[in-house]
Design a protein around this ligand. Structure first.
Ligand code: G3P
Length: 222
C-alpha cells in the first residue's frame, strides 16, 4: 500500500518525508488556500521534496477550463497528477488529459458508479472520500471495497486512492480491503505509529539498562 500525505504544508511534508514512508502527496484548493505563497511555488517545492505522484486540482468547472488548468499544472513538473472533480465536465476533461498522456486523479468520488466511469474515462487514480461518506451516515469503507473489486474484475490500470481518511483505523481498514493508496493528514500518519505500550516498553528497557550499568560501575569500583 502506498501512503500519500494529504496536505499542502511544506513543513508537514518535509517531516513526513523524513520518516521514509511517504510515496506521494495530494493537495486540493482548500489545502493550498491555507498556505502562504503561490500555489505553483508550493507545488514545485512539494515535487522537490517527495519523488512520487503529487496531485494538483483544477478549479474550473467546464471541460475547456479544466483541460487548460490541468495542462498548466502538468507543465510544472513530471510528477504532477491533475485532479479533476467527478462531474460530466470532469469526465470529458479526464478523457482528453489522459489521452494526451497526463495522469488524472478523479476526486470527489462518492459511489461505485462514479468510480467506474472515472476508470473508463482513463483516470489513473480514483479518490473515494471515506470520511465524508461516514459524515452522512454512509459507510465510506464499503465504497473502497466496491472500487477495489470493480477495478480488479476488469484489470483497470486505475488505482483506488482512499481519501478523506480521518484516523488510523480508516487506514488499516483501507489496507485490509486492498486499497492501492491511502492519503492522510500528517497527524494521521503520526497516529499510525503511536502505541502507549511501545513507549512504556522502551522506557522500561532504558531504565533497566541504566540500572545495570550503575550496578556494574559500583562493582568495578569496589
Ligand atoms: O483527500 C481529500 C481530503 O482532503 C478531504 O478530507 O477530511 O476534508 O473530508 P476531509
Amino acid at each position: 500500500m502506498k501512503f500519500f500525505l494529504d496536505t499542502a504544508s511544506l513543513k508537514e511534508i518535509r517531516e513526513g518525508a523524513a520518516l521514509g514512508v511517504v510515496d506521494g502527496v495530494t493537495t486540493n484548493p482548500s489545502l493550498l488556500a491555507k498556505e502562504d505563497g503561490e500555489p505553483e511555488t508550493i507545488l514545485l517545492e512539494i515535487c522537490r521534496t517527495v519523488d512520487g505522484p503529487i496531485s494538483a486540482e483544477v478549479v474550473a468547472t467546464d471541460t475547456d477550463g479544466m483541460v487548460r488548468e490541468g495542462l498548466h499544472w502538468a507543465a510544472l513538473h513530471e510528477n504532477i497528477v491533475v485532479k479533476c472533480p467527478c462531474t460530466a465536465e470532469g469526465l470529458k476533461a479526464t478523457r482528453i488529459l489522459s489521452s494526451q498522456g497526463h495522469r488524472v486523479n478523479m476526486t470527489l468520488v462518492f459511489s461505485p458508479s462514479q468510480g467506474l466511469l472515472a476508470a473508463k474515462a482513463g483516470a489513473r487514480f480514483v479518490s473515494p472520500f471515506v470520511g465524508r461518506l461516514d459524515d452522512v451516515s454512509t459507510p465510506g469503507m464499503e465504497l473502497v471495497a466496491d472500487l477495489v473489486q470493480i477495478f480488479r474484475n476488469y484489470d483497470f490500470q486505475c488505482e483506488v486512492l482512499a481519501a478523506s481518511l480521518r484516523h488510523p483505523l480508516h487506514v488499516v481498514e483501507a489496507a485490509k480491503l486492498g486499497a492501492h493508496i491511502g492519503t492522510m493528514p500528517y497527524a494521521v500518519l503520526l497516529a499510525l505509529l503511536k502505541h502507549p505500550l511501545t513507549d512504556i516498553g522502551l522506557k522500561r528497557f532504558l531504565d533497566d539498562w541504566e540500572k545495570a550499568k550503575k550496578e556494574m560501575g559500583a562493582k568495578a569500583s569496589r
